[in-house]
Ligand binder design. Structure first.
Ligand code: GLA
Length: 697
C-alpha cells in the first residue's frame, strides 16, 4: 500500500483552466501545506479539451497532471462530459433538452443535453476515448470520475429522440403492446394503445397522467442516464481495467434510482451540502452517509463534494460556523467515507459559482476558512487506519425509489412526503445511537435482526416475501401505514392491502380496510401500551389473527376505537411483526424504537433518546458528535468527554480499539452549566475496552 492509500483522501475539484498558469504553482504549494492528497480535475473542461469538434488540446492537462504528480498529489480524472461546449449546441440544437411543457432549454449554463441525444452521446464518448487512451497509465491517476451529478439539472427530457428511446425501453420491458396496456391499466379513461408507435412520453396533459406511464418514464429516465454512465465507463475500463471508476451521487435524489446504479460503480461517491441554517440538517446528513455505505453493501465510500462554508444557491447562503466544516467531514468519515473532498479547491473569480465557498477563498490563505482547511487536513492524517474499515449495523431500514415516486404522484390518498416518513423512523434510531443500514425491500435481510419498512407503498411479490420472511426467521419486522398498497405496476393489492392476500398480511395478522388521512395537522392520541400523540394518518385496521396484540388504538377521530399499532409474535416469542397504522410523534417513535430494539436484542449506545448528539462506531473507533451549539459533557466508559458546540471527537485507536458491550441504566450525560434542561433525559453511552469489566454488571 502506498503512503497515500493509507490516508483518508482529502482535497477537491481543481479547476486550473479558470486561472493563468502563474496561479498553478501557488495552488500546488498551498495544497501540500493543507495536506491535500487528491485533486479532481477536468470536471467542466470539455471546451478547453476539445475547443473545436475533433480538435483536442491536452497539453495544459498534461501540465496539471505533472505538477500534481510531482507534489505527490493523486488525481481523480473527470471525463468532462457534464457540460458540453457551445459548438455542440450550435451544431446539434436537437441535443438540447426539452421540458415537460415543450420548451427547449438553451446553451449558456451547464448540463444542457438530452440524455437520449445521439449527438451528445457520440461526442461525449469520443472525448472519453481520447482521455482514456492518453491518461489510463498515468502514475498519478487514482480514479475516474464519469460525468458529474447525473440528473442534476436535467433528469428527463421530452424531446422526440427521448420518446423514441422510451418506446424501445418499453418494448424491452413489456415485449408486446397488450402487456403494456395491461400493466398501465389503459382500460381506464380509454387510453388503450394499438402499437408502441402510439405511445409517447408523459408530457404536460389536461389532468392526472397515467400513473404507470409516469413511473415507467421515471424509471426509463434514470436508466437513460445510467446507460450514458455505463457507456463512458466501458470505454475507460477497456483502457484502464484496474483503475476505480465512480460518479458522484446526490444524497437522496428522487430522480435517479441509485440501487440500480451501484453495481456499475467501483466506489460509491456522494456530494452533500448540509444546510447550515437548519439545525436538524445533521439528520439528513447522517442518513445520507448511511445510504452511501448501504448502496455499496457496506464498502467505504467517498465524499466527493461538500462546501467549506457557504454555497451560492440557497436563500440566503449562510456560512458554516467555526467547527461545522470539520463536523460535517468527520460525520462522513465516521459513517464510512474514506475521503473528504470539496467543491472546489480555489474559489472562482468569475462565472455562476464565484460566491460559492472553496478550500482557498477569495481572501486568500490567511483566512478562517483556509486555516480550518489546513487543520482538518492535518487531523485526517490521524485517521488513516480507518481506510476500508466497516460500520456495523443490525437494523435495516427499507428504502425504495419506486415507493418514493409512486406515493408522491398525483391522485394518491394523501400528499405524502416519503423521505420525511423514512427519516422520522431513521431519526428514532439516530437518537439512540443505533446505526442503521438502508436496504432495498427485495434484498436479502438475513444480516439484520430488525427490518423497518416505512411507507413501503410499492411491493413486488419478491419484496412481499422478503419482508414476510423476517419474523419467520426469528427477526423483528416493522411495517408502517401505506405499505404494500400496490404492486410494481401500481395495481392495487386487493382485499386489505399490506401486500394483498398472502405472506406479509398473514405475518402481520392484520388487514387495512380503509384509509382515513386527517384533514388538518391536528394531533390525536393513540391509547394503550404504546400511548402517545400521532397525526396525519388514521385507517381502519382489522385484526385477522388471535395471536395479534393490539398495543394501541385510535382514541378519537374517524378510526376511533380501531387498532392503531399491533404486534404479532411467533411461537415462544420468536420473531415479531409490528404494524404501525399511524404517523407517530417523536415521543411515540422513541417508545416504539425502544420496543423494537428490545425485541431484536440490539443494544443502544444512548439509553434514552437524545437530540443533537450522534454516535457511531467505525472500525476500532467510536465517534461522538455534538451538532448543537451548546457544549455538553458525556461520560463514556467512565471517561468524561467534553464537546463544545459543533464538535466531534473519537475514542479508541487502532492499537487500543473500543468495543460496545451493552446498555445500562443511569443517565451519564452531564449537563454543562445552563444546559440542565436539555440534557437531563440523556442516557448512557456504554463502551468498554477489551478486558475491562462489563459496565452493565
Ligand atoms: C454540485 C456540482 C458542483 C458545484 C456544486 C455547488 O455539487 O457538482 O460542480 O456546482 O454543486 O454547490
Amino acid at each position: 500500500m502506498s503512503e497515500i492509500a493509507r490516508r483518508i483522501r482529502y482535497g477537491g475539484d481543481y479547476n486550473p483552466e479558470q486561472w493563468p498558469t502563474t496561479v498553478w504553482d501557488e495552488d500546488v504549494r498551498l495544497m501540500q501545506q493543507a495536506h491535500v492528497t487528491t485533486a479532481t480535475i477536468a470536471v467542466f473542461a470539455w471546451a478547453k479539451l476539445e475547443p473545436a469538434p475533433g480538435q483536442y488540446d491536452f497539453g495544459w492537462l498534461d501540465d496539471v497532471f505533472d505538477r500534481l504528480s510531482r507534489a505527490g498529489i493523486r488525481v481523480i480524472l473527470a471525463t468532462a462530459t457534464a457540460s458540453p461546449p457551445a459548438w455542440l449546441a450550435h451544431r446539434h440544437p436537437e441535443s438540447l433538452p426539452v421540458t415537460i411543457d415543450g420548451v427547449r432549454l438553451a446553451f449558456g449554463s451547464r448540463q444542457q443535453f438530452s440524455p437520449s441525444s445521439a449527438a451528445y452521446r457520440h461526442h461525449a464518448l469520443r472525448l472519453v476515448t481520447e482521455l482514456a487512451a492518453r491518461y489510463a497509465d498515468h502514475p498519478a491517476l487514482e480514479a475516474w470520475h464519469v460525468g458529474n451529478e447525473y440528473g442534476n439539472h436535467v433528469t428527463r427530457s421530452y424531446d422526440p429522440e427521448t420518446a423514441e428511446a422510451f418506446r424501445i425501453w418499453l418494448h424491452n420491458r413489456y415485449g408486446d403492446i397488450d402487456t403494456l396496456n395491461a400493466a398501465w391499466g389503459t382500460a381506464f379513461w380509454s387510453q388503450t394503445y394499438r402499437s408502441f408507435a402510439e405511445v409517447g412520453v408523459p408530457s404536460a396533459a389536461p389532468m392526472i397522467r397515467n400513473p404507470t406511464q409516469v413511473l415507467d418514464f421515471d424509471r426509463f429516465s434514470s436508466d437513460a442516464l445510467l446507460e450514458l454512465y455505463r457507456a463512458e465507463a466501458e470505454i475507460i475500463r477497456s483502457y484502464a481495467p484496474d483503475t476505480p471508476i465512480t460518479t458522484n451521487f446526490m444524497s437522496f435524489f428522487k430522480d435517479v434510482d441509485y440501487w440500480s446504479w451501484t453495481p456499475h460503480v467501483d466506489v460509491v461517491s456522494d456530494d452533500l451540502y448540509p444546510d447550515p441554517a437548519d439545525p436538524r440538517s445533521y439528520v439528513l446528513s447522517a442518513a445520507t452517509r448511511d445510504l452511501m455505505r448501504s448502496l455499496g453493501a457496506g464498502k467505504s465510500w467517498l465524499l466527493m463534494e461538500q462546501a467549506t462554508s457557504a454555497v451560492n444557491w440557497r436563500p440566503p447562503n449562510v456560512p458554516l460556523a467555526d467547527g461545522r466544516h470539520r463536523l460535517n467531514s468527520l460525520q462522513a468519515v465516521a459513517r464510512g467515507a474514506d475521503g473528504v473532498l470539496h467543491f472546489q479547491w480555489r474559489q472562482s473569480a468569475a462565472g455562476a459559482e464565484k460566491f460559492h465557498s472553496a478550500m482557498l477563498p477569495h481572501a486568500g490563505e490567511d483566512t478562517r476558512v483556509h486555516r480550518g482547511v489546513r487543520a482538518l487536513g492535518a487531523e485526517l492524517r490521524e485517521l488513516g487506519d480507518l481506510v476500508g474499515a466497516g460500520v456495523p449495523a443490525r437494523v435495516a431500514l427499507c428504502f425504495d425509489w419506486d415507493s418514493w415516486r409512486a406515493i408522491e404522484q398525483d391522485g394518491t390518498p394523501a400528499t405524502v412526503d416519503y423521505l420525511d416518513t423514512v427519516l422520522r423512523f431513521y431519526e428514532g434510531f439516530l437518537r439512540r445511537g443505533v446505526t442503521v443500514d438502508f436496504l432495498h425491500p427485495e434484498a436479502d435481510s438475513t444480516a439484520y435482526s430488525l427490518v423497518v419498512a416505512p411507507a413501503a407503498h410499492v411491493l413486488s411479490d419478491d419484496a412481499v416475501h422478503a419482508l414476510a420472511s423476517v419474523p419467520a426467521r426469528g427477526g423483528t419486522l416493522v411495517v408502517t401505514y401505506l405499505s404494500g398498497v400496490v404492486d410494481e405496476n401500481l395495481h392495487v393489492r386487493l382485499g386489505g392491502y399490506l401486500g394483498g392476500e398472502g405472506a406479509l398480511r398473514s405475518a402481520l395478522g392484520v388487514r387495512v380496510e380503509e384509509f382515513a388521512p386527517v384533514a388538518d395537522s391536528t394531533a390525536f392520541d393513540v391509547t394503550g401500551d404504546y400511548a402517545g400523540a400521532s397525526d396525519f394518518w388514521q385507517e381502519l385496521i382489522r385484526v385477522d389473527d388471535a395471536q395479534v396484540e393490539v398495543v394501541s388504538s385510535f382514541a378519537s377521530g374517524f378510526a376511533a376505537g380501531s387498532p392503531a399499532i399491533t404486534v404479532k409474535r411467533g411461537v415462544g416469542g420468536a420473531g415479531a411483526a409490528w404494524y404501525v397504522g399511524t404517523r407517530p410523534s417523536t415521543a411515540l417513535v422513541d417508545k416504539l424504537v425502544s420496543a423494537w430494539l428490545a425485541d431484536s436484542n440490539i443494544p443502544a449506545a444512548f439509553e434514552h433518546a437524545v437530540t443533537g448528539i450522534e454516535t457511531v462506531l467505525r472500525g476500532s473507533r467510536r465517534f461522538v458528535a455534538n451538532h448543537s451549539e451548546a457544549p455538553v459533557r458525556l461520560s463514556v466508559d467512565n471517561r468524561q468527554i467534553e464537546l463544545s458546540g459543533h464538535d466531534c471527537t473519537w475514542i479508541g485507536t487502532r492499537e487500543e480499539p473500543i468495543e460496545i458491550t451493552s446498555t445500562s441504566a443511569g443517565p451519564t450525560l452531564i449537563p454543562s452549566e445552563g444546559e440542565i434542561q436539555r440534557c437531563e433525559h440523556v442516557g448512557a453511552l456504554m463502551i468498554a475496552r477489551p478486558g475491562s469489566p462489563d459496565p452493565a454488571e
